[in-house]
Design a protein around this ligand. Structure first.
Ligand code: CP
Ligand code: NVA
Length: 314
């Protein structure tokens, strides 16, 4: 049974086929095969979402399946029913589960105790669907319609500026190592990745797979992409004041972007706070590809769902 809990759940040898499938599904939207025909896939969410929820609901529908949205607080899990029992009960009814929650271990336990494919739609630790869609967005541009999508990523540099310990930053460290890219992260000291993430990097064989600096200008040097995310992730609201105070020197501005490679692109997973982690000028400017990223969530996730459904049928 294949799950997608972290980037490395797809091996290097599977990536090109996955990216080609996303490209094909994008090109043939509305007339491609429907590999989830007759299936129901649930979305179990404990946090807010616009892009992830809508792209998965639409994607499951377009693949022929029936999406079932479950708010954690509306099911017995929210009243204390165990994750293990929830996994086993849901496995008797549905064909796959997409989950967004706080604790990454909950996603792991659902996968371990159930008997259906599980997709991580964001935890406090990782956001792998986002990074695969982002990497596809870059590969689409850099391959210029050529055959080798993932090959176009190799050797490129991404600079992540801001909350360098957040889920999207962690996932980009995993992604950069998987795709053969360089990654440099700039942020204030004291907001480092959780020990659990360093453990995961070690386990995956990427213990030194990134550069960290407190100097955003050093991070963006020679970068092909400048990436940022919100300074206050979901669940961190109590730290808002402190985070804004220490992260303000890490705001992505046009001047900072101009210190990267000529033609460097700007990316943000969204939602964005214009004027906080990034200026309105950069967000709305010509280097920004934020809405291509958002759109590609749909196409890449459909490719992921199709791959997991195929592995579950075997
Ligand atoms: N980028 C992203 O995951 O957005 P949502 O929180 O709206 O799903
Ligand atoms: N780091 C952000 C990403 C939102 C898509 C959060 O976890 O809130």
């Amino acid at each position: 049974m294949k799950h997608f809990l972290k980037e490395t759940d797809f091996g290097r040898s599977e990536l090109e086929a996955l990216f080609q499938q996303a490209r094909e599904l994008k090109a043939t939207r509305g007339r491609h095969a429907r590999p989830l025909e007759g299936q129901t896939w649930a979305l179990l969410f404990s946090k807010s979402s616009t892009r992830t929820r809508v792209s998965f609901e639409v994607g499951i529908h377009e693949l022929g399946g029936n999406p079932l949205f479950l708010n954690r607080n509306d099911i017995q899990l929210g009243r204390g029913e165990s994750v293990a029992d929830t996994a086993r009960v849901l496995s008797r009814f549905i064909h796959g589960l997409v989950i967004r929650t706080h604790d990454h271990r909950e996603v792991q336990e659902l996968a371990a105790r159930g008997s259906i494919p599980v997709v991580n739609a964001l935890t406090d630790l990782l956001h792998p669907c986002q990074i695969f869609a982002d990497a596809f967005t870059l590969a689409e541009r850099w391959s210029n319609g050529g055959a080798d999508l993932t090959g176009s990523l190799r050797g490129r540099k991404i600079a992540f500026v801001g909350d360098r310990g957040c889920n999207v930053a962690n996932s980009w460290i995993m992604g950069a190592n998987l795709f053969g890219m360089k990654i440099s992260l700039a942020g204030p000291p004291g907001f480092d990745a959780a020990p659990e993430f360093n453990q995961l990097l070690k386990q995956e064989g990427f213990p030194n797979g990134y550069e960290f600096t407190t100097d955003p200008w050093a991070a963006v040097k020679d970068a092909d992409v400048i990436y940022t995310d919100v300074w206050v992730s979901m669940g961190k609201e109590e730290e808002t004041e402190e985070r804004i105070r220490v992260m303000t020197p890490f705001r992505v501005t046009e001047e900072l972007c101009a210190a990267a490679k000529p033609g460097a692109l700007f990316m943000h997973c969204l939602p964005a706070h214009a004027g906080q982690e990034v200026t309105e000028q950069v967000l709305e400017g010509p280097r920004s590809i934020i809405f291509d990223q958002a759109e590609n969530r749909l196409h890449m996730q459909k490719a992921i769902l199709a791959a997991l459904a195929a592995s579950a049928r075997r």
